[in-house]
Design a protein around this ligand. Structure first.
Ligand code: ATP
Ligand code: MG
Ligand code: MG
Length: 550
């Protein structure tokens, strides 16, 4: 089966298939997170890419936790990462893998390198190793321990494993080339001593392999074909291949790099996100403003919208910055078709229809989704007392203000044309009530409804309204943020949450937590998990790009 390459990675895979590099053209990719934090939008890209390749080539994708830093990792992160991958709609090949499962094999691989004369135990401190590495102009200095015998190295490495030495007292280094133009190849450390409890292996090990060593060999053990990673690993590819010398299998994995995803307004570093959580700048990892998958999920984004986003941005070979508006476009596109419409007034001001009977409630028929007739209609109560948005009224209108203003008519969506006659104010001059009269001949759906007026407003019947706490979000980082030497913590917008006391039509009560709708003219919202039996909370997912101006 021939498959058109959609990007340079697929072009490479196609070549490998044509050259029969892997038996039967098999493709096995992996997603290898370190369980040291929650996943973010950058990981979404990596997940979609790896699982997308698995699907396209009728192969599969492993999840492997790269858990070689015991002090930073834990089960909470493992659980959340698996939940996120599942939520995005992908299925990994069972079982879930852990680099820590391979500690015994990795130890054997290291011994093998020692026996091949390709690794040695170094007694220098990490500082000494760092200081003797040289730089681009100068070769490094060989360690005085570089030429230990195989026997001595094997004995010392075993003693390291048995706990004979303290943290940092010794390490195992690859014996490559202290004069290599690639600094990564100047005898990198591949095992370190660390007396720390691991979240899975407990105190069984006090030596841990470094990423550069553990990763290629874990890939090899699992039979991974294409090991996709981000661009900063490009200079480490020679080391990746070097480590595979310890592996005897015929089919060796191949590392291919692509550019990290960066999105304006979004921080894509677990370390920085943790700092924001710990400093209390947000309510937690799943704060709806956070670029974590759990934050984005709670904000109300759908998995489909994130996958569409990844398709649209494609796979680049050079670092790039994607505008957050593309992500917002994707969720609008998805919800435009799926989300039922509801009328809700975010910032209510009361309207009294002075010629409307006191106790009368009538029901107006509104469509649930103008994009999809099959979603039907609903009955929305209407009465003498209503709410409209405070910003939809101006006592002294500016030029081209076609919403409600004294002496002028507007249509109330799906109901009548009304005319503002008067305003009532409190002692400080704030408007507390707007008085209008109804033109009863203009009810929507009747012949008189044809009369044109410039503005149409959404509204909620006050006597049947449901109280809703709406949470409106701004970006944590400005969309036009520039590198200006300031620490990111100083740039975080701490005014990025606005909580409103809003009013919605009663239909909203029928929806469970997690339901999404469009509040007419106000954007897409989701019912948040903070909702209780008598307190409804909605997050604004995204605003509408165009409000109806007319
Ligand atoms: P962070 O710097 O946020 O800790 P990381 O790369 O160290 O990110 P890992 O858990 O090691 O996080 O990442 C798992 C996989 O996701 C890796 O293959 C990594 O390359 C990929 N990944 C991480 N961030 C991005 C990003 N911004 N764009 C694309 N892929 C990413
Ligand atoms: Mg990493
Ligand atoms: Mg990291």
């Amino acid at each position: 089966e021939k498959r058109e390459a959609a990007n340079f990675i697929e072009a490479e895979i196609n070549k490998d298939i044509a050259n029969h590099v892997y038996a039967n053209g098999r493709v096995l990719t992996r997603f290898p997170p370190e369980p040291n934090g929650y996943l973010h939008i950058g990981h979404v890209k990596s997940i979609c890419l790896n699982f997308g390749l698995g699907e396209k080539y009728h192969g599969a994708t492993n999840v492997r936790f790269d858990d070689t830093n015991p002090t930073k990792e834990n089960q909470e992160f493992v659980d959340s990462i698996l939940e996120d991958v599942k939520w995005l709609g992908f299925k990994w090949k069972e079982p879930v893998h852990f680099a820590s499962d391979y500690f015994p094999e990795l130890y054997e691989f290291a011994c093998k390198l020692i026996r091949m004369g390709l690794a040695y135990v170094d007694d220098q401190s990490s500082e000494e190793i760092h200081n003797t590495r040289g730089d681009l102009e100068h070769p490094g200095k060989e360690s005085p321990w570089r030429n230990r015998s195989v026997e001595e190295n094997l004995k010392l490495f075993q003693e390291m494993k048995e706990g004979k030495y303290k943290d940092g007292e010794k390490c195992l280094r690859a014996k490559i080339d202290m004069a290599s133009p690639n600094l990564v190849m100047r005898d990198p450390v591949i095992y370190r001593i660390l007396h720390a409890t691991h979240h899975r292996t407990g105190d069984k090990w006090c030596i841990y392999p470094l990423y550069d060593f553990a990763h290629p060999l874990s890939d090899a053990l699992e039979g991974i074909t294409h090991s996709i990673c981000t661009l900063e690993f490009e200079e480490r590819r020679p080391l990746y291949n070097w480590c595979l010398q310890a592996f005897d299998g015929k089919e060796k994995p191949r590392q291919i790099e692509f550019a990290r995803l960066n999105v304006t307004t979004m921080i894509t570093s677990k370390r920085k996100l943790r700092k924001m959580v710990e400093a209390g700048l947000v309510s937690g990892w799943d704060d709806p403003r956070m670029p974590t998958i759990c934050g984005i999920r709670r904000r109300g984004y759908t998995p489909e919208s994130l996958r569409h986003f990844c398709d649209l941005i494609g796979v680049a070979k050079a670092d790039n910055l994607v505008d957050v508006s593309l992500l917002e476009y994707c969720i609008r596109e998805d919800l435009k078709a799926k989300a039922p419409r509801i009328m809700a007034v975010i910032d209510p001001v009361k309207v009294v229809l002075t010629n409307y009977p006191e106790d009368k409630i009538e029901y107006m028929t509104l469509e649930n989704n103008p994009e999809d007739e099959s979603m039907g209609t609903r009955q929305v109560p209407f009465g003498r007392n209503l709410y409209i948005e405070r910003e939809d009224f101006m006592e002294h209108p500016v030029h081209k203000f076609f919403r409600m203003t004294p002496g002028k008519e507007v249509r109330l969506k799906g109901a009548y044309i009304v005319k503002c006659e008067d305003v009532v104010k409190d002692g400080e001059g704030n408007i507390t009530e707007i008085h209008c009269t109804v033109d009863f001949d203009t009810r929507s759906g009747t012949p008189g409804a044809d009369r044109k007026v410039k503005g149409t407003l959404h509204w909620v019947c006050a006597d049947t309204a449901v109280d809703v706490e709406t949470r409106l979000y701004d970006y944590l980082i400005s969309p036009d943020d520039k590198e200006d030497g300031r620490d990111f913590m100083e740039k975080v917008n701490t005014n990025s949450l606005t909580v409103m006391k809003s009013k919605a039509e009663p239909a909203i009560k029928e929806y469970p937590v997690g339901s999404r709708f469009q509040f007419l003219r106000k954007g897409y919202f989701i019912i948040d998990q903070d909702t209780t039996k008598d307190h409804l909370v909605c997050n604004r997912i995204v605003g509408l790009r165009d409000t109806w101006a007319k």
